[in-house]
Design a protein around this ligand. Structure first.
Ligand code: UDP
Length: 239
């Protein structure tokens, strides 16, 4: 007998870079499939899953505008990049037999569904994985903020932020071997100490709605499922 998962509905946020494997750019299908398997294993626990995937493996608004492009145009390109990642993840999940919907903040009805909140909730109730694409639909935001927004709208109990390391550290654990991982940390400490969790507007939005952020390693096989089953190491960001 499995213990009941600690959460009934969660949102998994991953960066676009999580999908590029060891390449410097774009999509690495075996990596996409590996993450899809992690998602499937959590879905099998009966957890309802939302996903938000960044676009940084394809395009980032800030780098576009640094090259002279208008910021808003560059941001729209970044949002379109997230749609490509969402479609790749949908394809991988469907290959594993997981029903999935891509739901875009910018209408593109031939490609995916538009965002209609009640419809998305219904998909979740039917155990379909909902991948929210195109960020918030607005320039000057990030997919971290989009993740927090959608997690609130979908009444998720937590955001799971999958990263390369198993939590939030006081300094970069890749550069400093003496870095210390926090078991828990407050939103305010994240903001005051500039800890690398999510950008400030996303953390503030989570704080204002008391939405916990679980930072964990996506590189750890079975890690996502383990946390939902009450195991593993991670950092819980809370009020
Ligand atoms: N973006 C945006 N509005 C949003 C979400 C994203 O304009 O609500 C754009 C922005 O240009 C950003 C890009 O999409 O640089 C890719 O998203 P993000 O940088 O969050 O991706 P990640 O770093 O998670 O891969």
């Amino acid at each position: 007998d499995q213990p009941a998962p600690a959460y009934k509905r969660v949102l998994l946020k991953i960066s676009g870079e999580a999908l590029m494997g060891d390449q410097g750019f774009g999509l690495h299908p075996p990596t996409v499939e590996r993450i899809a398997r992690e998602v499937k294993s959590v879905q099998e626990l009966g957890v309802e899953i939302c996903m938000v995937i960044g676009g940084g493996n394809i395009f980032r608004g800030l780098s576009g505008s640094a090259q002279g492009m208008e910021r808003t145009t560059a941001d729209y390109m970044g949002m379109l990049a997230t749609v490509m990642n969402a479609l790749a993840m949908q394809s991988a999940l469907e290959g594993l037999g997981v029903y999935t919907r891509v739901i875009s903040a910018i209408r593109m009805d031939e490609v995916c569904e538009p965002y209609i909140r009640r419809r998305a909730v219904r998909h979740l109730e039917k155990k379909r994985v909902c991948i929210f694409a195109a960020g918030t639909g607005n320039p000057y935001f990030t997919t971290d903020t989009a993740a927090t927004l959608r997690a609130n709208e979908m009444a998720c109990e937590a955001i799971f932020k999958g990263t390369k390391v198993d939590g939030v550290y006081d300094k970069d654990p890749v550069k400093f071997p003496d870095a210390v991982r926090y078991d828990t940390v407050t939103y305010d400490d994240c903001l005051a100490k500039h800890l690398k969790v999510m950008d400030a507007s996303a953390i503030a939005l989570a704080r204002d709605n008391n939405l916990p952020i679980i930072v964990f390693s996506l590189d750890e096989p079975g890690g996502f499922r383990g946390i939902l089953a009450g195991e593993g190491t991670y950092t819980r960001v809370h009020g």
